[in-house]
Design a protein around this ligand. Structure first.
Ligand SMILES: [Zn+2]
Ligand SMILES: [Zn+2]
Length: 330
C-alpha cells in the first residue's frame, strides 16, 4: 500500500448545496478536489479525479456517504483536461449516463494529445527550437510516456464556450472561460452564493503552470482571464487543490506581479547573453529539475517569450532551427 492511499477520501459541504470531495493523487500535489453541486434536478459533478482505483474508491465512498446514487448525477463537467481532473470521466459517464460538458478548446487539445505519434513529434520539435540538447530531449520524452497514457479520448456531449449556466436551488452557476493554464479551462461562478469554483486557474499557494501553445499568447490570455475573475464579487474560492480560501483580488494582484517579475528576469538574462529558451530556463531555475519538470519549465519560458515578443520587448531570430532571442529595440 502506497502512502497516498491513506490521505484524501474526505468530503464536506463547503457552502449550501456544494460538497467538496477530496480524492487522493499518486503525486506530490496529494489531493484533487472535485465538487458535487445540488441542481434543481439531481446533481452536477465538477471534475472526476485521476484514473486510479484509489481515486475511484474515494469518490464512491463519498457518494455513498452523501446518499447520492450514480444515477442522481445528471451532468458531469470538466474544468480542463489534465489527468487529475478528467481521468475517471469515462468510468463516471458509464455509471451515471450523464452528459459530459467540456470546453471546445480543451476538447481540441485533447484530440491533439491523444494522437500520440504526432504529439510526440511536435513536442520534440518545440524542444529543438527551444535549444534543448538531444540527450535531454530523449529524457523528457521518456519522462512523459507514463503521463501520456493518462490522457484518453473523450466524446463530450456538450462543448462549452463560456456563458452556459446550471440551475440550482441557490441560484444559477455560470460557466466562465478562463484560458491560460489550459486553453479551454473553465471556472464556475455562483453569483448568489458569491463562490467561484476555480479549477487550477486560482490555487492559493501555487502559481498555476502556464504552457506555451502554438499561435497563442497563453500568458496574455491567462492574465486577462485573471482580470475577468477580479471583476467578480467572490467571498469564497473553491480550488481544485488545497482548502477553500478568500481574497481573490489580492491573489490576482500577486500573480500579476509574479509574472511581471519573471518577465523582467527573462529580459535581464537575455541582456546577460542567454539566447535560447533552454539557456534561459537553466538560469531561471537554479535547482536541478527532473526531465519531467524541466519540460514544464521550457514551455513556461516559451509562454513568457511569446508574451514579450508580442509586446515588442524581445524578438526571435528563427532562421537556423533554434530560436535566438534578443532585445526588440537596439
Ligand atoms: Zn491542471
Ligand atoms: Zn490539477
Amino acid at each position: 500500500m502506497t502512502p497516498y492511499l491513506e490521505i484524501g477520501g474526505d468530503y464536506r459541504e463547503v457552502v449550501p448545496g456544494i460538497h467538496m470531495l477530496e480524492l487522493p493523487l499518486p503525486f506530490s500535489l496529494g489531493i484533487v478536489n472535485v465538487y458535487l453541486v445540488r441542481l434543481d434536478d439531481g446533481w452536477l459533478l465538477i471534475d472526476t479525479g485521476m484514473q486510479t482505483e484509489a481515486c475511484f474508491q474515494a469518490l464512491t465512498r463519498a457518494l455513498e456517504g452523501l446518499a447520492v446514487d450514480w444515477r442522481d448525477i445528471r451532468h458531469v463537467l470538466l474544468t480542463h483536461i489534465h489527468p487529475d481532473h478528467m481521468g475517471l470521466a469515462s468510468r463516471v459517464i458509464a455509471l451515471t449516463g450523464a452528459p459530459l460538458h467540456l470546453h471546445w478548446a480543451d476538447h481540441q487539445l485533447l484530440a491533439e494529445i491523444t494522437n500520440r505519434e504526432r504529439h510526440h513529434a511536435w513536442q520534440q520539435e518545440v524542444l529543438t527550437i527551444a535549444g534543448v540538447p538531444g540527450e535531454m530531449r530523449k529524457l523528457v520524452h521518456s519522462s512523459l510516456l507514463e503521463i501520456q497514457q493518462s490522457f484518453q479520448r473523450l466524446t463530450p456531449d456538450r462543448l462549452l464556450s463560456g456563458g452556459e449556466s446550471f440551475s440550482t436551488p441557490h441560484g444559477a452557476l455560470e460557466v466562465i472561460w478562463t484560458p491560460g493554464h489550459s486553453p479551454g479551462h473553465v471556472c464556475l461562478y455562483g453569483q448568489g452564493r458569491r463562490v467561484l469554483i476555480s479549477g487550477d486557474h486560482i490555487l492559493e499557494h501555487i502559481s498555476p503552470n502556464i504552457g506555451w501553445q502554438p499561435g497563442r499568447d497563453v500568458l496574455g490570455e491567462f492574465l486577462s482571464s485573471l482580470d475577468r475573475i477580479a471583476g467578480l464579487e467572490v467571498d469564497l474560492i473553491l480550488p481544485s487543490h488545497g482548502a477553500p480560501f478568500s481574497g481573490h483580488r489580492a491573489w490576482v494582484r500577486k500573480t500579476h506581479e509574479h509574472h511581471a517579475e519573471r518577465c523582467a528576469r527573462i529580459v535581464s538574462l537575455v541582456d546577460g547573453g542567454a539566447r535560447t529558451a533552454h539557456e534561459i530556463a537553466s538560469q531561471l531555475w537554479d535547482r536541478k529539475l527532473s526531465p519531467f519538470h524541466y519540460r514544464f519549465a521550457i514551455f513556461e519560458v516559451l509562454a513568457h517569450l511569446e508574451y514579450l515578443e508580442r509586446r515588442e520587448v524581445l524578438r526571435a531570430d528563427r532562421s537556423n532551427g533554434v530560436y535566438h532571442w534578443t532585445r526588440a529595440a537596439a
